[in-house]
Design a protein around this ligand. Structure first.
Ligand code: DQA
Length: 140
């Protein structure tokens, strides 16, 4: 199985964002941890990050993965374009967040992506991504 791990807007700033919510790791370190976790289970990974909604849509609709893990950043809360792209891709999609989005500002409780995702993991920093990998290994 090959999993495409997509990080959206502002995730390139990991390591410089609020550590209490996002931890101290950089995006490269996060990707290394997820790659290691997946490869131990025989799963291949590809990583993609963009701040641009259109670039995210292009990647979601044009890739050769079997499943997608996505942390769309703030796009999570309002991008119907990304939701539509995930839905028409026809692959299992898992939504992840580093922070506990259910216990922060009100706007973070809204996700327009959840309805097109098979599962959602949040609030455990990099472990949210590990749980998403584990869910796909078990269910796909
Ligand atoms: C985030 C939560 C979002 O609300 C925020 O805009 C982000 C990161 C998270 O991983 O916790 O950029 O998706």
């Amino acid at each position: 199985m090959k999993i495409l791990v997509i990080n959206g807007v502002n995730l390139h700033m990991l390591g410089k964002r609020k550590a209490e919510h996002y931890g101290t790791m950089t995006l490269a370190q996060l990707e290394d941890m997820v790659r290691d976790h997946a490869s131990k289970q025989g799963v291949d990974t590809e990583f993609f990050q963009s701040n641009c909604e259109g670039a995210l849509v292009d990647k979601i609709t044009g890739n050769d993965s079997d499943a997608i893990i996505i942390n769309a950043g703030a796009y999570t809360h309002y991008s119907y374009a990304i939701a539509d792209a995930l839905e028409c891709g026809g692959k299992p999609v898992i939504e992840v967040h580093l922070s506990d989005v259910e216990n922060r500002e009100g706007f973070r409780k809204i996700s327009v992506l959840t309805p097109v995702c098979a599962a959602r993991f949040f609030g455990k920093k990099e472990k949210s991504y590990f749980e998403a990998v584990d869910w796909l290994v078990k269910n796909v």
